[in-house]
Design a protein around this ligand. Structure first.
Ligand code: AP5
Ligand code: MG
Ligand code: ZN
Length: 214
């Protein structure tokens, strides 16, 4: 099964793709996570992406398409994949269609997480993640079971994203509406678009997604 999760910054793509990865044994391909790893390692892609990400702009289509081309192979995704954060432009969507056709694969579901812009800011402002394993948390909406201890790996070290400052979030949101939301009609026409109310609680959103893919 191959799934695309589409939605604005803070919609819950990362939260729900972790669930899909664990439940359906899919490979999670989160381009933002890949880029942050590239920045941390100081690789050539990381050097190119660092300032662009910090400004809340989009990294070039060439770089992103190259990353995904390598990532969607059968050996990397034996049970299929979840794309979180890709495609984000019409050029990326067209390139993905081409790659899938070449490999004889298809996207089963494109799941849009629909959330009001006003709610996104509060979500992003409260977000943090485990420094060791990457598990995601929120000051209000998803606290670890034991305070200051990661549920998944017991680590006590957490981190917040550099691009989660209010001004940068506004720019990311603007980019979503200008560059990414126009993909929705493309997938609607392809017949695999499903829209989920992303304003609901995390567990309710998971249930809705399960109802689609389960
Ligand atoms: P990326 O990392 O993809 O960021 P994003 O799209 O802005 O999305 P986020 O990760 O901020 O939000 P999310 O939807 O994953 O929400 P989450 O689950 O964490 O991209 C970062 C940057 O990389 C881009 O700006 C760009 O520069 C670059 N980039 C990446 N891909 C690219 C591409 N293809 N092309 C070009 N450039 C690219 O949830 C947010 C918070 O809310 C969490 O704390 C969570 O606990 C909480 N939460 C989740 N769901 C709920 C709920 N239902 N109710 C209450 N709280 C909730
Ligand atoms: Mg994310
Ligand atoms: Zn952890």
């Amino acid at each position: 099964m191959n799934i695309i999760l589409l939605g604005p910054p803070g919609a819950g793509k990362g939260t729900q793709s972790d669930y899909l990865r664990d439940t359906y044994k899919l490979t999670k391909l989160a381009t933002g996570d890949m880029l942050r790893a590239a920045v941390a390692s100081g690789s050539e892609i990381g050097l190119k992406a660092k300032a662009v990400m910090a400004a809340g702009a989009l990294v070039s289509d060439d770089i992103m398409i190259g990353i995904i081309r390598d990532a969607i192979s059968d050996s990397n995704c034996p049970n299929g994949f979840i794309l979180d954060g890709f495609p984000r432009t019409t050029a990326q969507a067209a390139a993905l269609d081409g790659m899938l056709e070449e490999e004889g694969k298809k996207i089963d579901y494109v799941i849009e997480l629909k959330v009001d812009d006003a709610a996104l800011v509060a979500r992003i402002a409260g977000r943090y993640s485990c420094k060791k394993c990457g598990a995601g948390y929120h000051d209000t909406f998803r606290k670890p079971a034991v305070a200051d201890r990661c549920d998944a790996c017991d680590s006590t070290e957490f981190t917040r994203r550099e691009d989660d400052k209010a001004e940068t979030v506004a720019k990311r949101l603007e980019q979503y509406h200008a560059m990414t939301a126009p993909l929705l009609p493309h997938y609607k026409a392809a017949g695999n678009l499903r829209t989920v109310d992303g304003m609901a609680d995390i567990a309710e959103v998971t249930l809705a997604i399960n109802g689609i893919v389960g």
